[in-house]
Design a protein around this ligand. Sequence first.
Ligand code: IMP
Ligand code: MG
Length: 186
Amino acid sequence: MSELKSNPEKIVIASQVFVPLLTEEKLQARIAELAVQISKEYEGKIPVFIGVLNGSFLFMSDLIRYVTIDCEIDFFKLSSYGDSQISSGEVKLLKELNCDVNGRDIIIVEDIVDSGLSVKYIEELFSGHKPKTMKLVSLLVKPDSLKYKVKIDYIGFNIPSKFVIGYGLDIAQKYRNLKSIYVLDE
Ligand code: IMP
Ligand code: MG
């Protein structure tokens, strides 16, 4: 029986070695800071946090627990990677949003911005729905991988352009349940 420890020192997946990049403590401390900043900036408003599935589900759940103002949540689902480590260059909408964002203050919650293609798709998708304001928070950004000009309002961490897993992020759908983030040791 294979067993996944929650904080292993390294993870070997098909002879690829992943090592810790951001510990649970570091992640939680930064997410709490982002929540304080957002709570201040949205004081007196009721923003809708909109999570991009699947990757953002843990970040979203921790972020809104540190937020101290009233808020609502919703999710939609995009796919671009399939089971590969490289983007297919095509974004698909796999699950639609349920709430009406017209006239609302929305905050899109992403796990990671790599090329920026998904965020570009999201910006176009939502501008048609006429939110009052739209901001984007991403836990991780790979600045050296950005190929599209996108606006990221809140960034958890800038990281190197290497594949990462854990804390919501997967490799072929697995390892999302790690509490820390691991990077491919190249
Ligand atoms: P982009 O469209 O190229 O910016 O890629 C965005 C999406 O690809 C993210 O929302 C993730 O779901 C996925 N992704 C990008 N980089 C990684 C990674 O290093 N590990 C796991 N998923 C990733
Ligand atoms: Mg994502």
